[in-house]
Every structure is written in C-alpha cells, then in structure tokens.
Write a protein that binds this ligand. Sequence first.
Ligand code: BTN
Length: 331
Amino acid sequence: MINPDVRIIRCLLEAENKFVSGSQLARELGMTRVSIWSRLEKLKEEGFSYDAVRNKGYCLTGLPEKTHPTLLQAILEERNIRTPVHYYPEIDSTNSEAERLIAQGESTPFVVLASLQHQGRGRLGRQWHSQDTGNIYMSAAFRPHLPPSRMQKFTLWMGISIAEAINDFLSIHIQVKWPNDLVYNGLKVAGMLTEARIDADQTRDLIFGLGLNVNSHRESWPDEIRNKATSLAAICGEPIIQSALAVTLVENAIKAYNAFIDGSYQSSFQERWAKLDGLKGQIVRTSGGHQLIGKVLGIDADGALRLLLPDGSEETCSSGEVSLQHYATNQ
Ligand code: BTN
C-alpha cells in the first residue's frame, strides 16, 4: 500500500531544497491541496519542518532527528533499496523479532529496526541498554546455508563494513575493537551481536544485531557505561538524522553480507581491518578461554587476535573478549 505521507516527503526530498508547488504535488500525488497541507502540518508536529510560500509552494527545511517511519521509507525508496525493513517504535529485541520472523518463514534478507527495546541483548548474556530512542537498534536476517567454519569472520567483517559506512557518512574516524565493538578514542560507540541457528552442519539462519549510540546523551546511560561509551552526536558535535543513517546501514549490511558469502571480502579483509584497528599497539588482557596479557599486533587471516607476549613470543586468541591494560590513543 502506498503511504501518502511517504509520497509527499519523497517529492520534497527529491526537490533538494527547492520549492515544489502545491498544485504540482496535488497533481503528481492525486491528492487535494488541502490534504497535502494538512498532512504536512501533522508531519511538522513529528519533527519535519518546511517553508510554505504563496505562489512558490513547499520546501523542506528540517528533518526529524529520531528514527521516523515516513522518512525512513521515503529514503529507502529514494535510494531504491528493496530489502524489507520492519520498523517498530518499540519491541523486546530486534534480534528476537528477526528470529520470530524467520521462524514464520519470512524471506531473507530483511531488517528489523526499532526505536526502543525492552529486552535488548548484549554479548555473553549481558543486557543492552535500549531505553533511549536516540539510538539505532537494528538486526539483519539471512539464511547463508554455509558450514559454520565459513562464518568465523562474519562479525569482524560486518564491523569493518559498518565502521567504514559510518565514517563515510559522517566524515569521522571510528575504529573497530576486536572482536565485536566499534569505538572512538577507546570509547564504545556500538556493539554487535551475531546469533546463528545451525542445522546439519549448516548455518541455517543468521541474525546480525547492531546497537549504535547515535543521538543519546550520556546522562541517560546507566552508571556502568557512562565513562566507557560515547555517541555519534557527541563525536560530531551535532545531532544526526537517524533515519538517513539507518538506511545507509541497511544498504551496507546487505552489501557486506553478499561480499562475505561470495568470498570477495577476503582479498581486502586484513588490510581494511588494519586501517581501522583501535587495539593495535595496545596492551590488553584476554578473557574467556585462557588468559593472556600482551601487545596487540593485529589480526591474522582467520580473524584471531595476534598478541606479542612479554617473553617475546607470539600467541593468537580466537574467542572471548579483551580489556585494555593501558590505553594510549593511537590516532
Ligand atoms: C554487545 O554486547 O556489545 C552487543 C550488543 C548488541 C546490541 C544489539 S541492539 C540490536 C540487536 N538486538 C538486540 O537485542 N541486541 C542487538
């Protein structure tokens, strides 16, 4: 079903800051001028702003910062992105919803996006703070049908791709922190949680979840993360239009998945990780598996973390987490 609000916003977005006359809009959209005006007035209450000038028409002057379904759909259509995006103002967890949709037979790929999660999940059974509507909570669902051994580097690769997409979009330099975080100056900006269902030696369903701090303010964060995290708005010094960023993330997640599945990611994997590596040269302690303390050298071709130990030997760590022993920025 074609949503009239989406069509109005699309027309105004496509006009790129130029005025579009009310009669042209009415003609193109098959609506009355009064109905266009009243819909725009309603959208104004939801964060859109526009100029309306007699004999010139309408021109968009501002967009809602928080994720807005009309803007989201309009940008998806404008960029010709066909991947279905299921948006929820609130949900238990986007990963759980993706799991339910997969179980119902929804065809993949698709994306679940929410403004708020009641039971956001983090790694290792942790909770992911998701009460703030200024962030992006998103899950992309796939059916790779590949042996689990082929999926080993999936989250690392998605991390590279998502970090590059955000950096291009905002002209910043966020980094990857092995294995599942995106950081800026050592502060966490995003976490990734990949969940898979394996059947008969095949990864049947794969859900890639991303929690990204966008416009939320540190005052709203729980004490335990306040000094360890940051947001894109804090990095950029201005609010971000979440719907536009979300569309960029959807587009890039699908592209990255395809490059992973066809194997084309392999040729640039290590090099691109190295360019974004937020741990290189840092002294870290590994946890989960056997504990090591060492200086990070980078990652190997399998995605394992390479460490230089105090005795001069080299070890790799392929699972678990790392914490910094000393943090010195390497930017
Ligand atoms: C981490 O522990 O760092 C990973 C956090 C992943 C959070 C995201 S938010 C969207 C998706 N839905 C969830 O319940 N979790 C992931």
